[in-house]
Design a protein around this ligand. Structure first.
Ligand SMILES: Cc1ncc(COP(=O)(O)O)c(C=O)c1O
Length: 374
C-alpha cells in the first residue's frame, strides 16, 4: 500500500509545475531579487483578499508577529496575553520584542483563546498592552468578545492568522479585525512559499509605514536609520511563486473542506471514542489547515496509523506555559487545564488538497479497525 503522508507538497506543486517553472526562470532572469514589484503586487493581492487596506511582507510569520508588536510600540516591561496552545512563535515574538507573554486558557471546542479566560487574565495582569488571539488549525477565534475585552482594557489586538488565510469570522475575513493580522508563508501553510515568508495586514496607514521601516533596519533613506529595525524582507522569487499559488488557493481550500466533510461522514455518528472537529457557528469559513481529532489513546492510535503508512502529527504536545524556556514565568502544571488536555489528546490527520481518491476512506478505515469496529 502507498503511504499517505500528512502533507504532500511535491504532489501539489506537480499540478501547477508549468506555472511555477515559468515564474522561477522569469524572476531568475530579471536580476531583481529582494522586495520590488512582485512583493508589492503580492501585498496588494493578499490585503484585498483579507479585507485589509495594507499588507507588509516580511521574511516569516514569526517576524510578522515581532514586527507588529514593535510597530505598536510594545517592548520591555509590557505584558501581552495569548493562547498557550499554539506554535511557539506566537509567544516567542512577544519575548523577542522584550515583553512578557501571559497565557489564558483555550475553549476546548475550538482550541482557541477562551474569551472569558482572556477577560480574567486582562483583569488579573493589568495593564496588558496587547492580546494575540490565534486562529488555530484554520478556524477563527471568537473575535467579538475578544475585541470587546481588549477595547475595555485599552489593549491592541494582533491576530495570529498564520494557519488561517481566508478564514472568516461571522462572514468577515480574519486578520483585519484588530490592529494587525499576521500570516506565515512557511511551505506547509495553506498558502506556502517554496521557502520562508510572512506578512502583516493592517487598516492603519501609519502602522503600515512603521512596519515598512522596521523590516529594513528602520531606514527610509539609504544609510539613515530612524528606528532600530531588523532585516526581514521577502524575496521577489517567493513573492512571485506565492502569487502563482494564490490563484489556486480557493480551489485548494475547497478541497480541504471537502476532505474534512468526508472524514466527518466516515468517522461521525458516535460509534468511535474520537471527538471530531466541528466548526463553531461563528467560524463561518473554516479553512482546515489541519483536521484535528482528539482521543484518549492518541499515542497508540498515532503509532498504529504510522505502522500502516499514514502520517499524522501532534500540534502541539507541550503547551507554551510549560515550555522549559518559560520556566521563569512561574506557571505550574494543572494551571491551564484545557490546553494541557488538548496537548495530550490532539492528532492531526492528512487533510491536504493533494490527497488521492480513496485515501480518506483508508485512513478512516484504519481508525475504525484500531477501535475493533471493522
Ligand atoms: C500559529 C502560528 N504562528 C506563527 C507561526 C510562525 O510562522 P513562521 O514559521 O513563518 O515563522 C506559525 C507557523 O509556523 C504558526 O503556526
Amino acid at each position: 500500500m502507498e503511504p499517505i503522508p500528512l502533507l504532500d507538497l511535491a504532489a501539489l506543486h506537480a499540478e501547477i509545475r508549468d506555472e511555477l517553472q515559468e515564474t522561477l526562470l522569469r524572476v531568475a532572469d530579471s536580476g531583481r531579487y529582494v522586495l520590488g514589484e512582485e512583493v508589492s503586487a503580492l501585498e496588494e493581492e493578499i490585503a484585498a483578499y483579507s479585507g485589509a487596506r495594507f499588507g507588509v511582507a516580511c521574511a516569516s510569520g514569526s517576524d510578522a508577529l515581532y514586527l507588529a508588536l514593535r510597530a505598536l510600540g510594545i517592548g520591555p516591561g509590557d505584558r501581552v496575553v495569548t493562547s498557550p496552545f499554539t506554535f511557539f512563535a506566537t509567544a516567542g515574538a512577544v519575548s523577542r520584542a522584550g515583553a512578557t507573554p501571559v497565557f489564558a486558557d483555550i475553549d476546548p471546542a475550538t482550541f482557541n483563546l477562551d474569551a472569558a479566560r482572556l477577560d480574567e487574565a486582562l483583569k488579573r495582569y493589568a495593564p496588558v498592552r496587547a492580546v494575540i488571539p490565534v486562529h488555530l488549525y484554520g478556524g477563527s477565534a471568537d473575535m467579538d468578545p475578544i475585541l470587546e475585552s481588549a477595547r475595555a482594557h485599552g489593549c491592541a489586538v494582533i491576530e495570529d492568522g498564520a494557519q488561517a488565510i481566508g478564514a472568516e469570522y461571522k462572514g468577515r475575513r480574519i486578520n483585519a479585525l484588530g490592529a494587525a493580522g499576521c500570516l506565515s508563508f512557511f511551505p506547509s501553510k495553506n498558502l506556502g512559499a517554496l521557502g520562508e515568508g510572512g506578512m502583516v495586514l493592517t487598516n492603519d496607514a501609519g502602522l503600515a509605514e512603521t512596519l515598512r521601516l522596521l523590516r529594513v533596519h528602520g531606514s527610509r533613506d539609504k544609510y539613515r536609520h530612524e528606528l532600530i529595525g531588523i532585516n526581514s524582507r521577502l524575496d521577489a522569487l517567493q513573492a512571485a511563486l506565492l502569487r502563482v499559488k494564490f490563484r489556486h488557493l480557493d480551489g485548494w481550500t475547497a478541497r480541504r473542506q471537502r476532505n474534512a466533510a468526508r472524514y466527518r461522514e466516515l468517522l461521525g455518528g458516535g460509534d468511535l471514542p474520537v471527538a471530531l472537529p466541528e466548526p463553531a457557528p461563528y467560524q463561518s469559513r473554516h479553512v482546515f489547515h489541519q483536521f484535528v481529532i482528539r482521543c484518549a489513546e492518541r499515542d497508540r492510535l498515532r503509532a498504529y496509523l504510522a505502522e500502516h503508512g499514514v502520517g499524522t502529527e501532534v500540534y502541539y504536545p507541550i503547551p507554551l506555559h510549560l515550555q522549559p524556556c518559560y520556566r521563569d514565568l512561574g506557571y505550574r502544571e494543572g494551571e491551564l487545564p484545557e490546553s494541557e488536555r488538548a496537548a495530550r489528546e490532539v492528532l492531526a490527520l492528512p487533510v491536504h488538497p493533494a490527497l488521492r481518491p480513496g485515501e480518506i476512506e483508508r485512513v478512516a478505515g484504519l481508525i475504525a479497525a484500531f477501535y475493533g469496529r471493522r
